[in-house]
Design a protein around this ligand. Structure first.
Ligand SMILES: Cc1cc2nc3c(=O)[nH]c(=O)nc-3n(C[C@H](O)[C@H](O)[C@H](O)COP(=O)(O)OP(=O)(O)OC[C@H]3O[C@@H](n4cnc5c(N)ncnc54)[C@H](O)[C@@H]3O)c2cc1C
Length: 519
């Protein structure tokens, strides 16, 4: 008789641990099979404390966990994120482009990219096909005060305070979803004769047994790395960034506008993120230590900050240095242990792809929670295939931002364009896209992380040219009228939204004032 999987033990109480606990506990809360979720976190090891940008997927994750969006806004210092705005990536001048979360107008009907090419000198791609770039440019919210929780007019995710978010999820999971919470340090991992984890040994609570162990111990990777020694696959040869300097910066006034998108400004050997929360901004320089020293990175960050922070306040800011190895595990699920979050891997947060991977992983574990160990080997194989594929797509998509740059100001940018640093599948895609715009067949799975639209926003935002050959002109001629209608509809809708949507701060204030104080 195979041992059934009833007891899930999550080690680690950062965002990965608590999101996984929430997704699993919410799914099995009313389940008669009695799946029990326990989360253990060390009082001695701090969480990473960064990770402030999410994808729109977080809306459905929060809904599934059963939290109120208003409570979330109030308790996590959250704001709306409607995409990313890239500055200085094309050639180092002050040019900008958007990767908005909303899909292009008429996305299910027609690929507008080939039709936009003819007017590319008059209007940028994002403005031509979506309303969201203009909405972001004006600092507007993605919905009205009367729009229901989690619903939207323009697709959105969130910017949030990572520490507050983990604490918010912990309260909800323990009070509403029955997650058992233990604060203790795990000192050892004990496996049975088949090399499955039998129990973990803690400092004060003795041994803790389980059927499935989720490693959410961050860069420590206590179970998947230290215990099982599952190797990592380094991405350093493709994406060079391996350090970040992070600061929290107060607004100049309590009424200062809150940006609607993450600002990602390129510098000589990396880029700077700038995220607007209601109470402060979270800003940080990401860079490659092979190309830039910590002191140079700090100088670059200070120059950025000095544009809006006075000299005195600037001196008070003490950036925090975070080192990371751009890498992911060669497998994430081994025996009865699955790694979720930083323990599974991490690359630079250019498209904020870490938390969405946590959400997808937690959901897959919940969806496929194996009945017994025999089934678990199959589930583990599927999980590993799926997430290795996703890692490859993330790496390629991030690399795309660098490959298309024409910056000449440093060895860093030139190295990014060298063929040997570009994954072969990305080189193939680029060859294809020189003759046809990205479309659905380029992203074949229904649960792809990045739809063809995302590739279009980056390619055409970066000034990439797809040749309009006679074949494609003939192919598209019959759709000319439809394309013109969609462009006109987009322009009209942009006009309506930019004159009708409230600004971010006004809407967030309205939402948070509607709830009481935290208990
Ligand atoms: C600079 C930077 C910027 C980022 N920006 C983004 C972003 O914009 N968007 C995004 O999606 N992601 C971002 N991320 C990634 C994001 O921060 C993480 O994916 C997320 O916070 C999850 O972290 P975690 O829970 O895996 O690890 P951690 O937060 O490090 O938590 C680890 C947990 O394990 C526990 N632990 C460790 N050892 C033991 C032990 N022996 N016993 C018991 N418990 C133990 C610790 O106590 C802690 O609770 C960023 C990361 C970095 C480094």
């Amino acid at each position: 008789m195979q041992q059934s999987i009833n007891k899930v033990v999550i080690v680690g109480g950062g965002t990965a641990g608590w999101l996984t606990a929430g997704v699993l506990a919410a799914r099995y809360q009313s389940n008669q099979d009695g799946v029990e979720v326990t989360l253990i976190e060390s009082p001695d090891v701090a969480t990473i404390g960064v990770g402030e940008g999410t994808w729109p997927s977080m809306r459905s994750t929060l809904q599934a966990i059963g939290v109120s969006e208003a409570d979330f806004f109030q308790q996590c210092d959250a704001s709306f994120k409607q995409g990313s705005c890239f500055r200085g990536w094309r050639d180092g001048s002050n040019e900008t482009y958007y990767h908005p979360f909303s899909l292009p107008q008429g996305y299910s009907e027609l690929n507008l990219a080939p039709f936009w090419q003819a007017q590319s000198e008059q209007i940028n791609f994002a403005d031509a096909v979506s309303q969201q770039s203009r909405v972001c440019e004006l600092g507007l919210a993605p919905k009205q005060a009367g729009t229901p929780e989690f619903a939207f007019i323009q697709n959105y995710g969130y910017h949030l305070d990572a520490g507050k978010f983990a604490a918010f999820l912990a309260r909800h999971c323990t009070k509403q979803l029955g997650v058992k919470h233990i604060q203790d340090h795990v000192v050892d991992v004990i496996a049975d004769d088949d090399d499955y984890i039998q129990h973990i040994r803690t400092k004060k609570h003795g041994d803790l047994a389980g059927d499935l162990f989720v490693d959410c111990t961050g860069f420590n990777a206590l179970l998947i790395g230290q215990h099982y020694q599952i190797p990592t696959n380094s991405i350093r040869g493709i994406l060079f960034n391996d350090r970040a300097l992070a600061v929290q910066v107060p607004y100049q006034s309590s009424d200062a506008p809150i940006a609607s998108a993450t600002q990602a400004t390129a510098h000589q050997a990396g880029w700077i993120w700038d995220i607007g929360l209601p109470s402060r901004r979270g800003i940080g320089a990401v860079y490659a230590s092979d190309f830039m020293s910590d002191a140079e990175a700090e100088a670059s960050l200070m120059t950025y900050l000095n544009a809006f922070v006075d000299d005195n306040s600037l001196k008070q800011l003490k950036p925090r240095l975070i080192k990371f190895e751009p890498a992911h595990r060669t497998k994430f699920w081994h025996k009865n242990c699955v790694a979720i979050g930083l323990s599974g891997g991490f690359v630079e947060p250019l498209e904020a792809s870490a938390l969405v991977m946590v959400e997808f992983a937690a959901k897959m574990v919940a969806d496929q929670l194996p009945a017994n160990r025999d089934v678990m080997t199959v589930t583990a194989k599927q999980f590993n295939q799926k997430f290795l594929y996703r890692w490859d797509r993330i790496v390629e998509f991030l690399k795309l931002h660098y490959v298309l740059s024409q910056r000449q100001d440093s060895e860093y940018w030139r190295a990014h364009r060298q063929t040997e640093t570009i994954p072969e599948t990305l080189q193939e895609s680029l060859r294809l896209w020189r003759h046809q715009a990205p479309w659905h067949l380029d992203t074949p799975y229904i649960d792809e992380l990045f739809p063809a639209a995302s590739y279009q926003y980056i390619l055409y935002g970066m000034g990439f040219k797809t040749a309009v050959d006679t074949r494609s002109t003939r192919h598209h001629a019959s759709n000319q009228a439809l394309a013109q209608r969609l462009f006109s509809e987009n322009a009209k809708r942009t006009q309506q939204l930019t004159s009708g949507l409230p600004d971010n701060r006004a809407l967030i204030r309205h939402i948070t004032q509607s709830v009481g104080t935290v208990n």
